[in-house]
Design a protein around this ligand. Structure first.
Ligand SMILES: O=C(O)CCC(=O)CC(=O)O
Length: 262
């Protein structure tokens, strides 16, 4: 049975000059919009930065059941409509990147430029995500939070706990519903339909979505996409190697989205 479509109203925050072109930033499973704090000062100098929280994440209300990535992308379209934004750039980490992929496919005219960070057209075995959703619905986020640092970062990263704290604060139903969304997501055969100029950023040492089999598939499937592999970065590459990721994103946005076609 497919889940009924439920309108989803993302909790959001705007920073940067009011009249600047808009850049939407999507967070990953188990993190809040604060995942993007390392990039915020640089981006908010030139762009109107629109960050959002996934359902049940960052204190946002939890959903009342499973979600799809397409439903999450629909919420971003509604959010842009509500703010009167016709066209925006979009950058997202992992699940946030999948939302950007779905948005670029469903509403190509809304996405001026796309940055996909440590993400994938398909996040591995759907059964593993369904199992994780069931575990969290049964036992809460504790078991997945306990092992998150090892999945998200290399052992050398010293600030892991600040990010794991976001997961510990996540509502279990919100986390589980986002696992359901990852389980059901497979854009592999549709990547050729993305028309936005796309930068794919991979973490060299990303464990959940390694460059091979994930970022390389995005870059091969999306017309004219460019792949940048960030050395020494794990899954949350924008947190672990903030300067390198900020440089890549701002260079791509500078080249592709100054708002001239707003
Ligand atoms: O927490 C993990 O195991 C990684 C989850 C994942 O790949 C999706 C995401 O980070 O949004």
């Amino acid at each position: 049975m497919t889940a009924p479509h439920r309108p989803w109203k993302p909790r959001h925050r705007l920073d940067g000059p009011e009249d600047a072109p808009v850049v939407v930033l999507g967070p990953s499973l188990g993190t809040s919009m604060d995942l993007w704090l390392p990039q915020l000062p640089a981006l908010a100098r030139s762009w109107r930065v629109l960050r959002y929280d996934l359902p049940g994440h960052g204190g946002a209300p939890a959903p009342d059941g499973p979600l799809t990535v397409e439903e999450l992308a629909g919420g971003i379209t509604d959010l842009l409509d509500g703010l009167g934004v016709e066209r925006a750039a979009y950058a997202g980490v992992s699940l946030g990147g999948a939302v950007g992929t779905a948005l670029a496919l469903a509403a190509p005219h809304r996405v001026a430029s796309l940055v996909l960070v440590c993400t994938s057209p398909r996040f591995g075995d759907p059964a593993a995500w369904r199992d994780r959703a069931a575990l969290v619905r049964r036992e809460g986020v504790g078991p997945v939070a306990g092992s998150a640092a090892g999945r998200w970062f290399t052992p050398a990263f010293e600030d892991a706990e600040a990010y794991v704290a976001m997961l510990r604060a996540t509502d279990p139903e919100g986390y589980a519903a986002c696992c359901d969304a990852l389980a059901g997501f497979d854009a592999t055969a549709r990547l050729g339909g993305i028309s936005a100029p796309t930068l794919v950023i991979a973490g060299e040492r990303d464990v959940p979505t390694p460059p091979r089999g994930h970022a390389d598939r995005l870059a091969a499937g999306i017309p004219d996409a460019r792949l940048a592999v960030v050395e020494g970065a794990g899954h949350l590459a924008n947190a672990e190697r903030p300067d390198a990721v900020t440089r890549e994103i701002t260079a791509h946005l500078d080249r592709t989205w100054r708002g001239h076609d707003r």
